[in-house]
Design a protein around this ligand. Structure first.
Ligand code: NAD
Length: 507
């Protein structure tokens, strides 16, 4: 019988991935001394391929190797680093579809979204290339004659990246592109359920660094589980620890990194809402809600989980959504026309069932869906809830959209903000007063505050991340690059005298 590996053999072989014996550690050479982990296709839970993962000792060696490589890399003029990033970009462009396919096979998202994820990595490399000509410090007026004050931005050393299963490539892309252009080395600890695509990406980076005659351990990889992740968080050689994952794990990681005075960038869970005002374009809103709540089978950190609708248009909107939900094709993410693939694991199916049970126990109703469909497949679901129910305060990483009503804008904003998480939020309206209130001090308390677009699908040019239990970290665009740097305030005296600040006369 032909296996899934056999079916996509050409794709896997392109990245040197075999059915078994794949080495899951790269630190300049490929190795692995940890347990064997299995990459599973969420469509039928068939094992795609096996990987010999890393252990804490592998991590230990790899951190030293990144450190050695970084000493060479940091001395390259920044635009020269940009040239290397340009080659990395080309390697990804040449492999856009095959890499997207590995994402779809291993994570379970539909192929266009898998390819989109690689495109996001391409985009951030372009951004980093631009940054390589623009990363500038500033000159600050000095109060002392004959003195100059400068602000310098230098690399911190090694950036440890711990990533989640749901964006197995893009999150590494956002972090590594910016970490590299700012002169750091990178050590990647991917999710244990998506090892294959991390191997594939690392092979491309290895080849590119080799072509540029640079030490390939600059982009090292240690696949593995909690032991490797927690050791990386605790290790002072990871000067920056960028963690993407659940709030529960992120809370521990944040404390461990703080305990050693490392820098952390935390990208944790969301509980994102869309507010639908009476004056909005309802067609636009309905289309956006469908993508935001059903896309990636509800497994984006920015997926819309709460829908807050003005009471006068609630029935009309729900009617449209039920119709649209009924037309969503669920199935194999590699099949054309499928919009909703499976959940990543069987455990997620249990979360789906548990959540719906609690909705009903707490007095809510299921308006559409609510069924498991065998294997990891579930029906995207709409519920009717009350804004005070406990169940809607938690992030369930499945396609369940809780709907509720409001009467006034203030009430809608209060509902939006009344959860522990603060990642993404969106309002649909045509009223400028509403828009400016929403983006102002009494508006949404999230890191991402949208108007007339969904909560998901961010562009790389802006800073990405959220407040409160989402961790407060920012990645990607804007001035996020500064987090990967040590800031130096340099005062240079060229006066020949020694005037002191604040006019102090000392001796
Ligand atoms: P998870 O927290 O279970 O795992 C994330 C990573 O942490 C994995 O690589 C895992 O091996 C590692 N890990 C586990 N225990 C650890 C420990 N004690 N110390 C260090 N590392 C450890 O998350 P997941 O299920 O893979 O991903 C889903 C979650 O990620 C959701 O909550 C989602 O909202 C969040 N997420 C957030 C963003 C964002 O940018 N805010 C983006 C994607 C996903």
């Amino acid at each position: 019988m032909s296996t899934i590996y056999d079916k996509y053999k050409d794709t896997f072989e392109r990245f040197g991935i075999a059915k078994s014996g794949n080495k899951g550690v790269f630190d300049g050479e490929w190795k692995g001394s940890g347990p064997i982990i299995k990459s599973v296709n969420p469509v039928n839970n068939e094992v795609i391929a096996e990987v010999i993962s890393g252990n804490v000792n592998d991590l230990n060696v790899a951190l030293d190797k990144v450190n050695e490589a970084q000493k060479i890399w940091r001395d390259l003029p920044v635009p020269k680093r940009g040239e290397v990033l340009l080659s990395m970009r080309q390697a990804l462009v040449d492999n856009l579809e095959p890499l997207g396919k590995v994402v779809a096979l291993e994570m379970g998202k539909i192929l266009p979204e898998g390819i989109g994820e690689i495109q996001e990595y391409v985009d951030i490399l372009e951004y980093a290339l631009g940054l390589s000509r623009m990363m500038k410090g500033s000159m600050i007026p000095s109060e002392r004659p004959g003195h100059v004050m400068l602000e310098t931005w230098n690399p911190l050393g090694t950036v440890g990246v711990i990533s989640a299963f749901n964006f197995p490539v893009a999150v590494y892309g956002w972090n590594s592109a910016i970490a590299l252009v700012t002169g750091n080395g990178v050590l990647w600890k991917p999710s244990p359920t998506t090892p294959l695509v991390s191997i594939a990406v690392t092979r491309l980076l290895e080849k590119t660094l080799h072509e540029h005659k640079l030490p390939t351990s600059l982009c090292s990889l240690v696949t593995g589980g909690t032991d490797v992740g927690s050791s990386l968080a605790a290790d002072a050689r990871a000067h920056v620890l960028s963690f993407t994952g659940s709030t529960k794990v992120g809370r521990q990681v944040g404390q461990v990194v703080q305990g050693r005075f490392g820098k952390s960038i935390l990208e944790l869970g969301g509980n994102n809402a869309i507010i639908v005002m009476e004056d909005c374009d309802l067609d636009l809103a309905a289309r956006a809600i469908l993508f935001a709540a059903v896309g990636t089978a509800g497994q984006r950190c920015t997926t819309t989980r709460r829908l807050i609708v003005h009471e006068n248009i609630y029935d009309t909107l729900i009617e449209r959504l039920i119709k649209a939900y009924g037309q969503v094709k669920i199935g194999d993410p590699l099949e054309e026309g499928v919009l909703c693939g499976p959940l990543h694991t069987q455990a997620a199916v249990s979360v789906y069932e548990e959540t719906l049970k609690k909705v009903q126990e707490q007095g809510g109703k299921i308006l559409f869906g609510g069924e498991t469909l065998g294997g990891n497949f579930v029906k995207p679901t709409l519920t009717r809830v009350n804004k005070d129910m406990n169940i809607i305060k938690e992030e369930a990483f499945v396609p369940i959209l809780h709907t509720m009503t409001f009467k006034t804008l203030d009430e809608a904003i209060a509902i939006n903000n009344n959860v522990a998480q603060g990642l993404s939020s969106s309002i649909f309206t045509k009223n400028p007063e509403t828009i400016f209130k929403w983006i102002g001090p009494a508006g949404s308390d999230c890191g991402i505050i949208n108007v007339n677009i969904p909560t998901n699908g961010a562009e790389i040019g802006g800073a990405f991340g959220g407040e409160k239990a989402t961790g407060g970290g920012r990645e990607s665009g804007s001035d996020s690059w500064k987090q990967y740097c040590r800031r130096g305030t340099c005062t240079i005296n060229y006066s020949g005298a020694l005037p002191l600040a604040q006019g102090i006369n000392f001796g």
